[in-house]
Design a binder for this molecule. Structure first.
Ligand code: PCO
Length: 214
């Protein structure tokens, strides 16, 4: 397996309100870009450090090898959202996931899901979680799309909107893309995504921002 990151000093545990230690809880989500082929690898990296729950859109499932996802990572899809709901008082999955997570990471973020988040649309499990997200907790996105989509004026508009919400961008990189052309729009490297999130989290912990055990 690919290396997850450069070695980091501190351990993964965080202080919770009980005064005890627990691992960070990462909600790792994928939307429908070819870069979702890297999702299993990403979940391995994060699960070595944190507790991970996966969320996958219907379109992303075309690219995700579910058999390669670590056994301790549950992957929720749109089918799970209302599956367990029968009556008032039953759990609503996107709300449960919002409450559970310390951090959300969307990798890859497709052009379509970027547009939906920017406009506040919520028509699947992933976008419902984002629509209900508490922005006092970090949310990272790693966009991935063809260069023509990335350079399209909609991207800048949508990125401005998500930036205003306080969403953290892990920018795409120039690379050979799924269609064979070379250009910007490839998802950032797995190691970059992992290190960015982990360093951010550990810096916040040092500053005394501790996530409460809800
Ligand atoms: C369509 N879309 C893409 C998605 C962004 N591409 C990438 C990389 C992968 C190979 O290394 C596909 C992961 O190029 O993130 O290419 C383009 S026509």
């Amino acid at each position: 397996m690919m290396a997850c990151s450069e070695p980091l000093d501190s351990g993964g545990s965080i202080l919770v309100n009980s005064g005890g230690l627990r691992k960070p809880r990462i909600l790792l989500a994928a939307s429908g870009s070819v870069a979702a082929i890297k999702f299993a690898n990403l979940s391995h990296c994060f699960s070595e450090w944190a507790e991970v729950i996966g969320v996958a859109t219907r379109a992303s499932l075309r690219f995700i090898d579910r058999t390669a996802i670590p056994k301790d990572v549950i992957l929720y899809t749109d089918d799970d959202e209302w599956h367990s709901w029968n009556k008032l008082g039953d759990r609503v999955l996107h709300i449960e996931l919002c409450r559970w997570a310390d951090i959300m990471v969307i990798a890859p973020l497709s052009a379509n899901t970027l547009g939906k988040i920017a406009g506040g649309l919520c028509d699947n499990l992933l976008t419902c979680v984002v629509r209900a997200w508490d922005y006092s907790k970090p949310l990272f996105v790693a966009p991935a799309m063809n260069t023509l989509m990335w350079t399209n004026p909609f991207t800048e508009r949508h990125l401005m909107a998500v930036d205003e919400l306080g969403i953290n961008l892990i920018p795409p990189v120039p690379k050979r893309l799924a269609c064979g052309t070379y250009g910007n729009g490839a998802m950032a490297e797995t190691s970059t995504i992992f290190s960015t999130v982990r360093l951010f989290f550990e810096k916040k912990s040092e500053q005394g921002v501790y996530y409460r055990n809800k």
